[in-house]
Design a protein around this ligand. Structure first.
Ligand code: ZN
Length: 468
């Protein structure tokens, strides 16, 4: 079975072939580091982690570059707001994000470049675009890319040049020639970070960094360029324009975009104030739960994030863990052993078929659950090692493609469910005995620990706080 990948550029699933056999050059747009990262960032990172892990499972060597935007208007604005140095803010949040990705078991990118460390390459690219008349310098020392010089402009987002030109509004103070032209270099303003350039002191515009980093770390042409679908226009459209006008060659073979994570039907964003940070999520849940939530949804579609999907993620994790319980019987031959081996084969085929179909992780999960069922059935039938251990090893090789660790919580971090249930049973007895004050005390103390108890005519139920 061959891997097929949906390409935003062609709107089609295409057979996956690489520029260099056996090697994948992949660039994924990373975050602007000026505040706490939220689960929307984690979703994008995990989608491309699934992609990378599956490519590696298929034997590809993946060179994966993800940038940190550490020079940007938002960082400068935040720095002014809290009276801190912009570079320090960016450094702190970049470090935090790297830790969070490690906790989410996201494989570390091969290179993590930052704008502040890529200035020479950015300047070289901007200079090249100026030389070839794709860019112009204004009286105040800004440099703009002139979209009219690129006949292909708009091919990714499928906008006609006229739409693109009028589709973006700009402040009239700027001296650019046409609406759609975008900044490659911004002349320095007092108090802002700046670097020397042939056009005077200044700093890069946003889009140029990804073109320059991709060029510098991966070469003129790459296999996969990824990011959230909110980046298709203008960011990725502008990246293509800059890179292709600079190199004269097609840039990325496959443009992959993940859908947005949505909370109550809205995109999660700082401006809407509807954020769940990665730290908040991981304080209450295992990282596997989040990976299962992302895997359960088609990566190009919006991911509805709510209490139900979190509960489902917790349940799915519990179910997967059951496959790792040890065997109890001595059986090593016979129909139960054969049935288990057959299901292992079938699950592998189904798992790969799903992943080959544009990284259909939900289909891959379904294959894993079939394998869990077969392993548990075999255990019940008394199947022991070595065939049982072989099936478990096979299961582990597949969960690893989805980056699942299935760590059974130890002592302190053990599942709180049995203890909460025990307290609720005691509370029920207290209520029957009309000891209301004590019963309420249990409810209130649980709430202080983040466990919300709800009383209904059918009895009491509980859930973890943190999601509303
Ligand atoms: Zn980018």
């Amino acid at each position: 079975m061959a891997l097929a990948v949906y390409n935003t550029l062609t709107h089609e699933k295409e057979p996956f072939t690489t520029i260099e056999p056996g090697k994948v050059r992949m660039y994924v747009c990373g975050p602007t580091v000026y505040d706490e990262a939220h689960v929307g960032h984690a979703m994008s990172a995990i989608v491309f982690d699934f992609v990378r892990r599956y490519l590696e499972y298929k034997g590809y060597q993946v060179r994966h570059v993800m940038n940190f935007t550490d020079v940007d208007d938002k960082i400068i604005a935040r720095a002014a707001q809290i009276g801190e140095d912009p570079a320090e803010i960016a450094h702190r949040y970049a470090g935090q994000y790297k830790d969070q990705l490690a906790r989410l078991n996201v494989l570390q990118p091969t290179v993590f470049p930052r704008v502040s460390q890529t200035i020479p390459e950015i300047v070289r690219m901007v200079a090249g675009l100026v030389e070839s008349d794709h860019a112009y310098i204004t009286a105040s020392g800004d440099v703009y890319f002139r979209v009219r010089t690129d006949p292909d402009y708009g091919k990714l987002s499928r906008r006609k040049l006229e739409e693109a030109v009028t589709g973006t509004r700009v402040a009239s103070r700027e001296e650019k020639l046409e609406e759609g032209d975008f900044a490659l270099w911004k002349a320095a303003k007092p108090g802002e970070p700046s670097w020397d350039s042939p056009w005077g002191n200044g700093r890069p515009g946003w889009h140029i960094e990804c073109s320059a980093m991709s060029w510098h770390y991966l070469g003129e042409q790459i296999d996969i360029h990824g990011g959230g679908n909110d980046l298709v226009f203008p960011h990725h459209e502008n990246e293509i324009a800059q890179t292709e006008c600079f190199t004269g060659k097609p840039f990325a073979r496959y443009w992959m975009h993940n859908g947005m994570l949505q909370l109550k039907g809205e995109k999660m964003s700082k401006s809407l104030g509807n954020l769940v940070t990665i730290d908040e999520f991981l304080a209450a849940h295992d990282a596997d739960v989040f990976r299962l939530i992302v895997a359960g949804s088609q990566y190009r579609k919006p991911l509805a994030f709510n209490e139900d999907v979190v509960v489902n993620g917790e349940r799915a994790l519990e179910r997967l863990r059951t496959a790792l319980r040890p065997p109890t019987g001595p059986v090593t031959t016979g129909p139960a052993v054969e049935a288990l081996a057959e299901q292992v084969r079938q699950s592998h085929v189904a798992f790969e078929a799903a992943m080959d179909d544009d990284f259909n992780t939900a289909g891959a999960l379904a294959a894993l659950f079939d394998l869990v069922r077969a392993i548990n059935t075999a255990r019940d039938a008394g199947v022991g090692d070595p065939p049982f251990a072989a099936a478990q090893a096979s299961f582990r090789s597949l969960i690893d493609v989805l980056g699942l660790r299935l760590v059974v919580p130890q002592a302190a971090g053990q599942s709180i469910a049995p203890f909460v249930e025990l307290l609720l049973t005691v509370r029920l007895e207290l209520r029957k005995a009309k000891q209301w004050a004590l019963a309420d005390k249990i409810r209130d103390e649980l709430k202080a620990l983040g466990v919300i108890v709800e009383d209904t005519p059918q009895g009491s139920s509980w859930r973890m706080a943190g999601l509303s």
